[in-house]
Design a protein around this ligand. Sequence first.
Ligand code: PLP
Length: 429
Amino acid sequence: MDKKNQKIETKCVQGGYTPQNGEPRQVPIIQSTTFKYATSEDMGKLFDLEASGYFYSRLQNPTCDTVAAKICELEGGTAAMLLSSGQAASFFSVFNIASCGDHIVCSTNVYGGTYNLFAVTMKKMGINFTFINPDCSEDELNAAFQENTKAVFGETIANPALTVLDIEKFAKAAHAHGVPLIIDNTFATPVNCRPFEWGADIVTHSTTKYMDGHGGAIGGCIVDSGNFDWMAHADKFPGLCTPDESYHGITYAEKFGQGGADITKATAQLMRDFGCCQSPQSAYYLNLGLESLHLRMERHCLNAQKVAEYLEGHEKITWVNYAGLPSNKYYELAKKYMPKGTCGVVSFGVKGGRSAAEKFMKKLSVIAIETHVADARSCCLHPASATHRQMNDEELIAAGVPGDLIRLSCGIESYEDLIADIEQALKEI
Ligand SMILES: *Cc1c(COP(=O)(O)O)cnc(C)c1O
């Protein structure tokens, strides 16, 4: 059977690794920083990217590559790499194609860490970002582009705003301006949405979330669709389309083609220089998580749907945000891009605001208070008393996190137990 035609469930379990006769059934952990060669010439060819092979695990490691290959298959891409974290993946995905003096268009609704990386840290590196409301019109979106724009960035389902991105609208605008669309697909995962099928060119992940799924290992991934023609816009992307003097004058887009240029450059240059590599041990844990991703996503979505429906009908709840509810602003978009369901994260407000929210959370016992999301165990966070505690009520509203907002990440337990836990806690306020 052609592997390409296999269903996503089969790819989750078996993708990336095909053991030969007598080889281990499970992905081996190659816990070695370095690899042995018979001659210096053999090794020299690897350094020159003339041959492919392993020499130092900062650049590439067989365990990490095997797991990256699985994620590549899940997304339907041509090349992929693992990184030490989702933050590293976001950074590399942009910095691999943009440099000082360049500009990026980005949705306002992105993860807080991504926003800080882009708006503060990368700004210091001379890369400027224009943040645009993801619900903007096509005209507003097109107006955000500049001469020096090199990419567009957004999240399939934004963390924590839970807005759904109109990927086709963003892809159309990016391509009309000759630049790629980068999508952070962390919350949807390739089980629920494959952004390449809607025109995205590059996908990033914080594998720390659903992919690992057990709160076990921090990690990130970048996948290339192979669909973006760098050479057709060579003037915009000199890093990919002109010789790299730090690699013996290789031109990535020529030597590795549309399908391999971006990931090869990110590995050869950025991993070499920044070293945000994932450990083989973490990659092994990530692979274990991926083996059940399809099953877990189904349960995360079922639980979130049941919990959201329960909350929507409760008199002590002022509002519920979950794209699986027909009353939600993003219901139709979610149906289009994620027909199987969105994710397990729901946010809602409790009557009585900030103090009621705090009291409610103290009473929970199945659901734990954590900053984490997308874990097998249910957890929740009250941003106003945790991550955003320095803000007053007006500032919280301006930041899109009102004082009564609770972010609930539904795990894979029984939804009946989650609802019972919420019910007894609501009685207390
Ligand atoms: C958590 C998260 C990140 C950052 O990932 P880390 O693995 O924590 O570095 C990036 N994007 C999204 C959508 C996230 O939820």
